[in-house]
Ligand binder design. Sequence first.
Ligand code: D5M
Ligand code: FE
Ligand code: ZN
Length: 506
Amino acid sequence: MEDSEIVSRFVECGVNLHPEVLAEIKRSPNREELIDRLIDLARQASFSVITPDKLRSLEAGSQEEGELSSCSGGSPGAVVLPRRRRRLSEEYDSALRIKREKDITKKSYCQGSIESFVSYFNNRFERLAKLLKSRSALKESVAIELVKSTRYTGEVKLIGMVSDIRTSRKGNLILELEDPTGVIPVLIRSQDRELIEQAREVTRDEVIGVAGYMPSGFEMVLANELFFPDVPLRREPRKSEEPVAIALISDVHVGSTQFMENTFVRFLRWLSGEVGTPRQRELASRVKYLVIGGDLVDGVGIYPEQKDELVIKDIHQQYAHFSRLIERVPEHIEIVITPGNHDAARQAEPQPAIEEEFAPMLYEDPRVHMVGNPCYATVHGVELVSYHGRSLDDIIASVPGLSYSSPARAMRVLLRKRHLSPIYGGRVPLAPELFDYLLMEEPPDILHMGHVHTTQVENYRGTVVVNSGTFQEQTSFQRKMNIHPTPGRVPIIDLQNMRTTIMRFG
Ligand code: D5M
Ligand code: FE
Ligand code: ZN
C-alpha cells in the first residue's frame, strides 16, 4: 500500500495523519485493521489530525475531547489535506418537511368576489375563535346575537373580529366586535390605563376575546379584560437531536445598484468553510439549511423611477445572476426559497412560489425548494414559519410605539395575534382564499421574516423571533423614510440548542 493510499483513506473520512503516525501504520502487521480502527476512533473523538500523542491515547482507548482545527489548516508537520473535511452537517440526513398543504402554490381558488371575502373572513374567525375558546377564561363566551337579542345585563365574554376602532369624544376607545351573528361596540375607558395600553395593540380584522360588563339598557360592553390568541406561556421549545443549524436570510435584491455583492459572496464563502475563525467555521459546518425569505431580486417596475437604481434591468437576468450566486452554496445544504414583494409572483398574499418561467435555474437545482409565502415547515422536529414580512409596514404604521428599527417587536405583536398579515385594506393586498393561509394554527418555534432590512432576534415565550435583514445598502427611498438597514448580518440558529449567532459579513 502506497503512502498516498493510506493518507487518502483517512482524508476521505476527514482525518489527517502526522508523518510519524503514517510510519507507524506502515510498520504494523495488521495494517488494514489498524486503519479502520483509527478512523473509527478519530471520528468518535472528532480529531482532525492524528498526532503520535493522539495515537497513543486512541490505542489506550481514552475518549479525550479533540479540538476541531480549521478546514484548510492542519497542524505543522501533518500530511497536508488534498481533499476537504466532511462537514458535521453532512453526517446527518435531511429532516425538512415543508407543509405543502399550507402552501398556496398551484391551488389558489381566489375569485375576488364579495362572497369569497365573506368566506375568507369566516375561515379566519372560526379558526382563531377556536384557539381563543380553548382558553379557560373564554370557555363561556357567547354569540353576539344572544347578548343583543336577550337584552342581557351583567358579566359577559365575547369572541369577535375587530371591524372598526375609533376614539370617542371623551377619549375612550371603542372597538367594534363582530362574529357571524352580529356586531357590538366594546368600550375601553380612558381611565383604565393598563387596558388602554393593551388595546393600542389591537388592529382591524384580528380576532380577540373580551371579558366585560353589560349595563342594563346599554347596547355596549364595558371591557375589563382583553385576550389575544397569543402563544402559550412557558412553552418548552422543540429542539433537534442532531447537531445541525439553519441560516436565515432575505432581501438580497440582486439587480439593485445597492446590492452588496461582495458581502453576499463573503457569506457564501463562509458557508463553504473558506473563511472565518475555527469557531465560525465549525458553525458553518453545522449549517444544513438555508431559508431565503423573499426579495431575491430587486425586480422591475416595483416603484417609480426604479430604473435609475438598477444595474441589471431585466428580471430574467436578475434571477440568472441570483441563481449563479446560489450555485456556490455547498451541495449538502438544502435551500428553501419564498417570494417577497419584489419577486416575480402574485403580489396578493398568500403568494404562490416565484414563477418557474422567471427562475428556471432555481427549479432545476434539486436542493432548492421553491415554495409560497408564507411557508410552514418542520426541520428536525422544530416548527418553522417563514413569511416575507410585508404586513410589518401596516403593523408599524398602526400600532403606536412600533418602529422599523425594532422589527422583532412588531413580529411579536403578530405572533400574539397568531396571524401573519391581519389588516385588510392597508398596504398589503390580501387574496380572499377559501382557507386563511396566513393564520398560525401551531405556535412556531422559529418565526422568520424579512422585508424591513434590519436584523434582529428576540425570544418571545419560547419562540425565536427573527428578522433576517438584507444584503442591500440603504436606498434613496429608505433615506427619505428614515429607514436605516443593517446589511450583511445573518442569523444562524443552532437547532440542537436553539441558540442564535448573528454572523456579520458587511
Ligand atoms: O422594503 C424595504 C424597506 O422599505 C422596508 O423597511 C419597508 C420599506 N418600504 C417599502 N415600501 C414602502 C412603502 N411604500 N412605504 C413605506 N415603506 C416602505 P422592500 O420590500 O425591500 O422595498
Ligand atoms: Fe426587501
Ligand atoms: Zn420586501
